[in-house]
Design a protein. Structure first.
Lengths: 280, 236
């Protein structure tokens, strides 16, 4: 009996031994550069080919973890990333001022968009600017779905409501609903409920479950969506792969990375404009 | 309805194609969950048996804890493991966050109480049957434990399956501690969550069908082994 039990334990140990080599190999790769970035960049499909090109040129493997900008910066503060690519200017400035990031380096911009049901009951298509488009939705009021997750897109949306002199998140349970989740989940919900929502070009061009949703408002100075890359400060977190991170930053903001972003197309349209081209 | 039809087509295509990206996702899912279950069994079998057989102060409380932890929410486990493994956490220096190892740790924590609690039940039931006999043979504690666990091995196979089912199907923990990194920590469930977020609902559902198919295969295999082993035991 004891012998049989020993056999069972040995079988379990052998199973673990069999599985672990594969994992050990993975942990070797785990020393690759860890990039924290946002759902909007990831959903656009830009990162895969972009980081492959970087790998071909430098031999540096980049792993990406995707969360909202708020969560990414929080993880960056803990030192869980080597470098972050995010889009929330105010939070980024605080991040660098507090000494967690070395500097904010502009990479590219995309466009924030307001999408909603094709029949556009609030008639935001004809609104003179983005803030007044939101004000028309609030006037109805018509259903509006917000990220509510402290992502960069959520922050930009809230700024725009404030610009319109409104704070609909204070009145809960009504027409303004916060999903507390990513762009995709929020678009899925807006699509099912035929509601308005605030999104950006990278996620929108690649979103496959639009249903009745249509792009209703874009353009104007307050709908620019700037992305910056921030290498984590190795003085705060000595374990950071600082040199590899700096190479990624230099490559992305340099001519090769910038022209890669300029040439990137989704359905024939460029979701991102490199900063080099925007002349900043 | 169209989504469902497309989903079955996509699931079929995925299964036939042996697409390397897809196979690596399936492979990682199985590897992570099997490792977690194997470790959970090494801890859970003896733990469950000891709780079933030994009388010690606070035993009732331990049983209550084990039964409660069978229902541990994966996101909570994920969050706790995340806080421990994050660079700011106590084990941050190990650099394990966003690795398959972190996912195995989280799933082991999820599965161990299930294995331990169910093992306790199985062994306690057997003790009612064989306890008198073993006591009359004056069997030592190791022999008793070994006898009961080996005798219960077919019931314990079901326990292992329950643990494996829990591990392979959860997304909350692996998403938080693994980070869903392509080719590194992306598993079936986190890939389904990702495809859903992209609005690729039929692809997501297709992956879900493949996951169910996988679970079906594993269960069928264990059932066949159990039946044939049972027949052999009956003949012997």
């Amino acid at each position: 009996m004891v012998a049989r039990l020993t056999r069972m334990v040995r079988a379990a140990l052998m199973l673990i031994a069999l599985l672990l080599p594969g994992l050990a190999q993975a942990s070797d790769d785990e020393r690759a550069l860890l990039l924290g970035t946002t759902t909007s960049v990831d959903n656009s499909g830009l990162l895969g080919p972009l980081l492959d090109a970087f790998h071909d040129e430098t031999g540096i493997k980049v792993r990406t973890v995707v969360r909202g900008t708020g969560a990414i910066l929080q993880l960056g503060r803990s030192g869980d990333f080597d470098v972050v690519l995010v889009h929330h200017p105010e939070a980024e400035e605080a991040f660098v001022a507090d000494g967690y990031g070395i500097a904010r380096l502009p990479v590219m911009t995309s466009r924030f968009l307001i999408v909603g049901p094709a029949d556009d009951p609030a008639n935001i298509r004809s609104a003179p600017d983005a803030a007044r488009a939101l004000a028309r939705i609030a006037d109805g009021p018509f259903d509006f779905i917000s990220r509510g997750d402290e992502s960069g897109t959520n922050a930009a949306e809230r700024n725009l409501w404030r610009r319109a002199g409104l704070s609909p998140w204070d009145a809960r349970g009504g027409w303004y609903r916060e999903t507390g989740s990513g762009m995709g989940a929020t678009l899925n919900m807006a699509s099912v409920l035929s509601a308005y929502t605030f999104t950006e070009s990278g996620s929108w061009t690649n979103f496959a479950n639009r249903g009745d949703l249509t792009l209703l408002f874009e353009g104007g100075p307050h709908l620019a969506n700037p992305y910056t890359i921030i290498p984590i400060n190795p003085e705060r977190h000595p374990h950071i792969a600082a040199r590899a991170a700096q190479r990624l930053v230099d490559w992305l903001t340099g001519p090769v990375g910038q022209s890669f972003i300029a040439d990137f197309r989704v359905d024939g349209a460029p979701p991102f404009v490199p900063v080099a081209a925007s002349g900043r | 309805m169209e989504t469902f039809v497309t989903a079955f087509a996509e699931a079929g295509a995925l299964l036939i194609s042996f697409d390397p990206d897809f196979m690596s996702i399936v492979g990682l899912s199985v590897r992570v969950s099997l490792s977690a279950v194997a470790i959970a069994c090494l801890i859970g079998f003896p733990l469950g048996a000891i709780v079933a057989l030994k009388r010690f102060p606070g035993r009732g409380f331990v049983i209550l804890l084990l039964n409660t932890f069978m229902g541990l929410p994966p996101v909570v486990v994920g969050l706790i493991v995340f806080l421990i493994l994050s660079r700011a956490g106590p084990l941050g220096v190990l650099g394990l966050l966003f690795t398959p190892t972190a996912m195995i740790i989280a799933q082991t924590i999820l599965v161990t109480p299930i294995v331990a609690a169910l093992t306790r039940q199985v062994v306690a039931d057997l003790w009612v049957e064989y306890g008198e006999h073993l006591r009359s043979l004056d069997a030592g504690p190791i022999t008793t434990l070994a006898t009961l666990i080996t005798d219960a091995r077919y019931s314990l196979a079901t326990v292992v399956l329950a643990g494996f089912g829990r591990a392979i199907a959860e997304v909350g923990a692996v998403m938080i501690v693994g980070g869903n990194i392509d080719h590194v920590t992306r598993v079936m469930t986190s890939a389904i969550a990702l495809e859903t977020s992209k609005g690729n609902l039929s692809t997501a559902l297709g992956l879900g069908i493949v996951l169910l198919f996988l679970a079906l295969t594993v269960n069928a295999a264990v059932q066949i082994i159990n039946t044939s082993a049972g027949k052999r035991a009956a003949l012997a």
